[in-house]
Design a protein around this ligand. Structure first.
Ligand code: 0X9
Ligand code: ZN
Length: 315
């Protein structure tokens, strides 16, 4: 709508208002709540369709951000993608021939807490597992039901605490329900994080999905598209299996999504942009770099979506 600018990081309530405004103003946009967070905030997402989202003929690309609270730059990047899909459409086919699901704030409680209390908060804010009154929160990217608990922390105080059980958290359940509700249509799932300049595919155990070669081809194409956008001081993206090029994980969202049969599922780790002290910190991003992040990341998303268009199983 033009109301949001790319020079600041908006709060949860502002984002919700913006999503509602978009839905009012544009016929292509529907706002849905995927359910409530632990503290009762709606986990809102957009369905974008130029025809009718309920007619099931088009492939769906799903993008989510802010599963980890402190990774602030992932939010404006997703808002930028929404703008390119709704307001300032430069790639018409991607809008006409694909339906989109966009979840800008997958972890609203953690996100707000990172504004009001602890800037580097990562997890959600659940209390089901507290030790005394300490160690709130579960790492939502360890709480999904794939290899649950095998390569993540059992300790509530850990930053990678996996939670009391698979899908113990309302936020991961909400994401799961979106995916299951659109099971046969989602052909590309992008979970946007920061930082590392990485395009990662499964599995976190080091085992490869049956279509790992395709995942690699698509990931490399996305990385090349991002790297082709020329900005200063931008590291090249690396592409690969998460366990081979980053570390081993279990219970992650993209692994679950891949394992249940969505063809292409990636973690998209943005670069560490410069902060206001001119040093690199992936979490504290100088607002001057928000637009750059948005433009670059859109190149990657767009390229992945173009692959879906050319290879969709629905045509
Ligand atoms: O550890 C994580 O959850 C992700 N990195 S972060 O620094 N944003 O916390 C990486 C998860 C990668 N998992 C899969 N691609 N399966
Ligand atoms: Zn993350």
């Amino acid at each position: 709508s033009g109301r949001l600018t790319l020079d600041k990081i908006y709060r949860y309530a502002e984002i919700n208002d913006y999503l509602d405004e978009l839905a009012e103003k544009y016929e292509t946009v529907t706002v849905v709540s995927a359910g409530k967070s632990f503290e009762g905030r709606d986990i809102k997402y957009l369905k974008i369709s130029t025809t009718n989202f309920e007619d099931l003929s088009k492939p769906v690309v799903m993008v989510q951000s802010m599963l980890h609270a402190r990774e602030w730059v992932t939010l404006p990047v997703t808002l930028y993608a929404i703008e390119k899909l709704v307001v300032d459409i430069t790639d018409k086919d991607l809008v006409d021939k694909i339906d989109w699901i966009i979840v800008p704030i997958a972890n609203p409680d953690g996100y707000e807490f990172s504004h009001t209390n602890t800037r580097f908060w990562r997890k959600n804010r659940s209390t089901g597992h507290l030790i005394g009154n300490l160690c709130q929160g579960v790492d939502l990217n360890r709480n999904f039901d794939f290899n649950f608990g095998s390569i993540s922390s059992n300790s509530p105080c850990s930053e990678t605490f996996h939670g009391p059980g698979p899908f113990s958290e309302p936020e991961s359940l909400a994401i799961r329900n979106i995916v299951l509700g659109n099971m046969n249509r989602i052909e590309l799932f992008l979970d946007i994080h920061s930082f590392g300049s990485l395009i990662l595919y499964g599995y976190g155990s080091g085992d490869l999905p049956a279509n790992a070669l395709t995942l690699n081809v698509v990931g490399v194409r996305m990385a090349q598209a991002i790297d082709a956008v020329k900005w200063e001081s931008k590291p090249n993206y690396r592409v690969g299996n998460v366990a081979m090029i980053l570390y081993r994980v279990s219970g992650s969202a993209p692994d679950y999504v891949q394992a249940i049969g969505i063809p292409l599922s990636f973690t998209y780790e943005l670069p560490a942009y410069r902060n206001q002290n001119n040093s690199l910190n992936g979490f504290l991003v100088d607002p001057d770099f928000i637009e750059q992040a948005g433009v670059e990341t859109w190149e990657g998303i767009k390229n992945g979506a173009q692959w879906v268009l050319q290879n969709t199983r629905r045509k």
